[in-house]
Design a binder for this molecule. Structure first.
Ligand SMILES: NC(=O)c1ccc[n+]([C@@H]2O[C@H](COP(=O)([O-])OP(=O)(O)OC[C@H]3O[C@@H](n4cnc5c(N)ncnc54)[C@H](OP(=O)(O)O)[C@@H]3O)[C@@H](O)[C@H]2O)c1
Length: 310
């Protein structure tokens, strides 16, 4: 099968469009014929070897985690899922992992039915960013109606779903993005939209109950000055130097997504309620994926998600 694979850790240059074997199906996994896969920063963080103590030295590895497609075979209890179902989910920890391929053997507890009303392209855009935003806002941030939240970096993957979820929960949302994405972010429902290139959010006179920083560029130390006394700072871009903040006090909260079926089903409920819709900003074929991933990794801005059609 065709896949975007790599045979050693490294930069974009180690990725190739390769022919690799269709995965053998281990117990408790389902074989998915992938029709769409979205790209996430974690894909190149893993490929760079940042987490090689966990990911090991077995190659080839395949890029991509989020997926949507058709479940063609199951080995184990699918908890209601059956061959032929349209599913979406998350391709870790599969062996070999990776959704930018024609097939992937995915742990059955990481697959869920495609949310009603979403296309496969939209379904592939949702799992990781959706579960990350939901975990951050509601499990860690305990966001409530009437509270104020800053979503710093609101036009990207996590940000654009976080804005929708926070508005759906009745919070007042201040969102930052680049100039060209301001209309997009207003359309997501943000109450106040700030161009991060034109205005320093740290000069805000508004104090926030919650800050979600998707950019990884807002230092917690400085952000404290625009947080209410009990405000929390939610950080999905886990940085080594921030670990001490998480150990002392409860205001800095590292965000770790747990992409399992129950999390995706919670997102499905929001989609059904009309409070959440993932936005597919651009679509490429598998043959264009190397260039598309490299461009996004090197800083090309996207609104919503980049999805690869397979
Ligand atoms: N821990 C977990 O489980 C987990 C799960 C998912 C994601 N993450 C991490 O969360 C982070 C965000 O992921 P993502 O998928 O949302 O990435 P993304 O789509 O690249 O979004 C990042 C956003 O930050 C914005 N940005 C860049 N510089 C900025 C600045 N100075 N001020 C304000 N905004 C700025 C970008 O806007 P422009 O494009 O306009 O510059 C972009 O919209 C990544 O580090 C990712 O690895 C962690």
């Amino acid at each position: 099968m065709k896949a975007i694979a790599y045979f050693s850790y490294g930069g974009p240059e180690v990725m190739v469009l390769a022919d690799v074997p269709v995965p053998v199906l281990p117990p408790r996994h389902g074989l998915v014929k992938i029709q769409a896969a979205s790209i996430n920063p974690v894909d190149w963080k893993l490929r760079s070897g940042q987490l090689k103590l966990i990911t090991g030295r077995k190659f080839p590895r395949i890029m991509g985690a989020d997926l949507a497609g058709t479940l063609v075979e199951l080995r184990g209890d699918g908890n209601g899922l059956k061959a032929g179902d349209a599913v979406c989910g998350f391709a870790y920890p599969a062996d070999p992992p990776g959704s930018l391929a024609e097939y992937c053997a995915v742990p059955l507890d990481r697959l869920a039915p495609v949310p009603a009303g979403l296309t496969l392209l939209e379904a592939a855009a949702l799992p990781l960013v959706g579960v990350t935003a939901h975990t951050a806002l509601f499990k860690l941030g305990q966001l409530k109606s009437g509270q104020s939240i800053l979503v710093n970096g609101a036009a990207g993957g996590v940000g654009h779903v976080a804005v929708q979820m926070a508005r759906g929960a009745g919070a007042t949302v201040t969102a930052t993005c680049r100039t060209g994405a301001m209309e997009f972010v207003k359309g997501l429902g943000a109450n106040v939209v700030i161009d991060y290139g034109a205005q320093d959010i740290l000069a805000s006179s508004v104090l926030f109950d919650t800050i979600l920083d998707t950019s990884g560029r807002l230092p917690f130390r400085k952000a404290r000055r625009i947080m209410k006394p009990n405000g929390v700072f939610l950080d999905p871009d886990l940085k080594f130097q921030n670990i001490p903040f998480g150990l002392v006090g409860k205001r800095y909260r590292p965000v770790m997504a747990d992409v399992r079926r129950a999390g995706i089903e919670t997102l499905s409920t929001m989609v059904a309620a009309g409070t959440l819709k993932p936005v597919v900003g651009e679509v490429f074929d598998l043959s264009e994926a190397l260039a598309a991933i490299t461009a996004v990794e090197q800083g090309r801005s996207v609104v919503g998600k980049t999805v690869i059609k397979i």
